[in-house]
Design a protein around this ligand. Structure first.
Ligand SMILES: [Zn+2]
Length: 248
């Protein structure tokens, strides 16, 4: 198994790839979100995209989905034939489908795309996931996914809610956005702030937290504030876990 952070960047980051995860497990290989700079990172890392089974969209803000047309265009040009499953909220699917019109303009797409709504809980080919709505201006579905022996929580965007906290409390690894990087902020503006995440971290035993989606200009301050935290660090654009081991 492998959980790799492809990008930790906020929407307009100059330094980082837009936030996304690549996951390999016994059952399926997942891409979680596909912002505009994610395809380039996939090529750069030479990830074998023939092995991609599922794309999961937490929500459809541009920094989480605009890479879809490029990625599907690439898969078509690579002569992919295997079907691709896209998990997205039913109400958000028409926007993603309109992006796909750009993926293949001159001939029919060479493989089938299967669309599925995101449920509160479901099992896909033996792999279990749960999801819950965070507090974000565009409906965002946080994910708790069994990746072999690691239960991974990935927030997507938004502040924690009662429902997402329940999922976090079951997780072995929590990957959470900290889109409000002002470390003294006490209120949320559709993104999590450090103070609320720090308080939550103390309620999740020793579960490791990795923070991402912090604006470039706040990274140094957040990194400083995290130095006194035991279980919480800034996520890096690298492997978060492999073969059952969680990395720092
Ligand atoms: Zn968003």
């Amino acid at each position: 198994m492998k959980i790799e952070m492809l990008g930790i960047g906020s929407a307009y980051s100059r330094n980082w790839t837009t936030s996304a995860l690549w996951i390999e497990s016994l059952e399926h290989n997942w891409l979680i979100d596909c912002g505009p700079t994610v395809p380039q990172k996939l090529w750069l890392k030479q990830i074998n995209l023939h092995k991609l089974d599922i794309i999961y969209f937490t929500h459809i803000h541009p920094d989480h989905c605009l890479g879809l047309a490029t990625l599907v265009n690439y898969l078509h040009n690579q002569q992919r034939h295997e079907p691709l499953l896209i998990l997205a909220q039913t109400k958000q699917q028409p926007y993603l489908k309109s992006l796909l019109e750009l993926a293949c303009l001159d001939e029919p797409l060479g493989f089938e795309i299967i669309w599925q709504d995101i449920s509160d809980r479901a099992t896909i080919g033996g792999q279990h996931y749960e999801s819950a709505l965070s507090d974000h201006p565009v409906a965002n579905r946080s994910l708790l996914l069994n990746v072999d022996n690691i239960r991974l929580f990935y927030s997507g965007d938004g502040s924690p809610t009662r429902q997402t906290i329940k999922l976090m409390q079951q997780a072995d690894l929590i990957v959470h956005e900290c889109g409000n990087g002002n470390t003294s902020a006490q209120t949320s503006n559709g993104h999590s702030n450090f103070q609320e995440l720090k308080a939550l971290c103390s309620q999740t035993n020793n579960t490791p937290w990795r923070l991402y989606h912090c604006p470039d200009e706040h990274q140094a301050t957040l990194s400083n504030a995290l130095q006194t935290q035991t279980n919480m660090t800034l996520a890096k654009e690298q492997l978060l876990a492999a073969d059952g081991v969680i990395y720092g």
